[in-house]
Design a protein around this ligand. Structure first.
Ligand code: BG6
Length: 481
């Protein structure tokens, strides 16, 4: 890996403390950081380099997945410098430029520069255009930009944002991060069929009756009402994470192909998503908002009572939909997706349900559909549900063949993604075309929201979501797994 400078905008924010510093630390432990790396953190307030390094140390102590080792810790922390920064002030960029240059000379490293924008979406434009005008991006090496979601708030704002970014960075230099693409089980999907000939025959499309993708959370809006009350589940989870999971599930690659070809395949999938018309969206989409309830024994407020949320808010905290991918492989096989806050469990999983032609048989009683379940988080596992006959009753009972990994030994999503971005591998980042096509699919729904064409159902906190979401599957006699 080439030596480089890593510039982190938003270095005093929550994401940096909880995810980015621990990810860098774990990469360091694994010897996966460049030999010489200059890490520059930027934040609004003044802080000395020593205080910043102590802040990084505290973050790593609190959130690293592996215990902090005294040996090497000082070496790791010595890579960090801090620069107080005002994103709108040209002087700040001037200081930053000097700091980057000086450290490059001090460490004898090339002018390879990776910028990570862990800041609110409203700051992305101003930062990138100032990076350009300040000359920081006119370097004698490569430059890359990692940008966090949300990427725009609808189709038009996303297009505008992309247009602005492309004045400074070309598409190959932009790494739109979607941390779901960094989850090890999601990365596994690319080679699942290729690496498992047995699964290849199992995952014959003719045998699959439906696919279900769930990302359920027990947390509520937490302290993010300012952002979330405008975004809702549709922008926060569906446009990015869930549609990426749909693409990764449907990709089905029986052969090894290049990173670029994977992206093309993903785009083909999202392009074949059957568009929803805003007038008819209510037939395929259910949105909901949580009311008070209890989560594993603890009483919690309803969404409208949460701090910072307007008490007449019509924002969705739950979203479920039925989608169809109109391509030869998946034609006629429904994909059901759902996500919500304040649900009964934290679980992200993909369930593939197989056809069950014998279910009404009198001879074979108790048969249930075979399921292949890929549990993505918080635990990672692959399970296959099969029917076994109970000799005493002569009925069939479902049993599980289960393989699970020890999550602690697995790298976190941000580790894998940071490593890829440092290496220049964009396979697990969202290409602009994927983002644009996702927004195109979402746009009629946003309009349906605005024109009140989609009812907002309520559900008690701690439940599985609004009852109406079950009806999406009932017409085909399916149920959520
Ligand atoms: C983030 C959303 O992208 O993903 C959050 O903004 C959500 O609202 C989080 O809680 C869920 O991520 P994970 O990895 O815990 O499933």
């Amino acid at each position: 890996m080439q030596d480089m400078t890593f510039v982190l905008f938003g270095a005093t924010g929550d994401l940096a403390q909880r995810k980015l510093f621990p990810a860098l630390y774990n990469l360091y432990l694994d010897g996966r950081l460049p030999e010489n790396i200059s890490i520059v953190g930027l934040g609004r307030n003044y802080c000395s380099n020593e205080d910043f390094q102590s802040k990084v140390e505290r973050a790593v102590q609190a959130y690293s997945r592996r215990t902090v080792q005294p040996s090497g810790l000082q070496d790791f922390l010595s890579k960090f410098r801090y620069c107080a920064f005002d994103v709108t002030d040209k002087e700040s960029y001037h200081h930053l430029h000097e700091l980057i240059d000086n450290r490059e000379i001090e460490l004898g490293i090339p002018q390879n520069r990776l910028f990570y924008l862990s800041v609110g979406p409203s700051l992305v434009d101003v930062i990138t255009s100032n990076l350009n005008s300040s000359g920081i991006c006119q370097n004698n090496g490569w430059k890359r930009l990692i940008v966090e979601k949300p990427f725009g708030s609808d189709l038009e704002t996303a297009r505008q944002l992309n247009k602005n970014l492309s004045k400074t960075f070309n598409e190959e230099e932009i790494y739109r991060i979607d941390h779901y693409l960094g989850k090890p089980m999601v990365q596994n999907l690319e080679t699942l069929v290729l690496a498992n000939p047995a699964l290849k025959s199992l995952l014959d499309h003719k045998q699959i009756s439906n696919v279900q993708i769930t990302a359920s959370e027990t947390v509520g809006v937490e302290t993010r009402a300012d952002y979330y009350d405008k975004a809702g589940a549709i922008r926060d989870m569906v446009q990015n994470h869930l549609l990426q999971l749909v693409m990764m599930t449907a990709i089905y690659l029986p052969e090894k192909i290049t990173a670029n070809e994977i992206r093309v395949k993903k785009m083909e999938i999202i392009e074949s998503l059957r568009p929803l018309l805003k007038e008819n969206a209510y037939k395929d989409v259910v949105r909901g908002q949580y009311e008070s309830g209890d989560i594993q024994g603890t009483p919690v407020f309803g969404y409208k009572e949460e701090p910072g949320v307007d008490d007449s808010s019509k924002n969705d905290t739950y979203f479920a939909a039925r989608l169809y991918i109109d391509n030869p492989s998946w034609s006629g096989i429904p994909f059901y997706i759902r996500t919500g806050k304040r649900l009964n469990q934290k679980s992200t999983r993909i369930v593939i349900e197989f056809k069950n032609n014998m279910k009404d048989s009198d001879v074979l009683q108790g048969l249930t559909p075979n399921l292949l379940i890929l549990e993505i988080s918080p635990n990672e596992s692959i399970s296959l549900r099969v029917n076994m006959k109970d000799p005493s009753s002569n009925r069939f009972e479902p049993v599980w063949i289960n393989f699970s990994t020890n999550s602690e030994s697995l790298p976190e999503a941000y580790e894998l993604l940071l490593f890829d971005a440092m290496l220049g591998n964009a396979t697990f980042f969202s290409h602009w075309k994927e983002v644009e096509l996702s927004w195109e699919w979402i746009q009629p729904l946003l309009e349906a929201y605005q024109e009140n064409l989609l009812p907002l159902y309520s559900y008690p906190a701690g439940s599985t979501g609004p009852e109406e979401a079950n009806q999406l599957l009932q017409s085909k006699q399916f149920k959520w797994w």
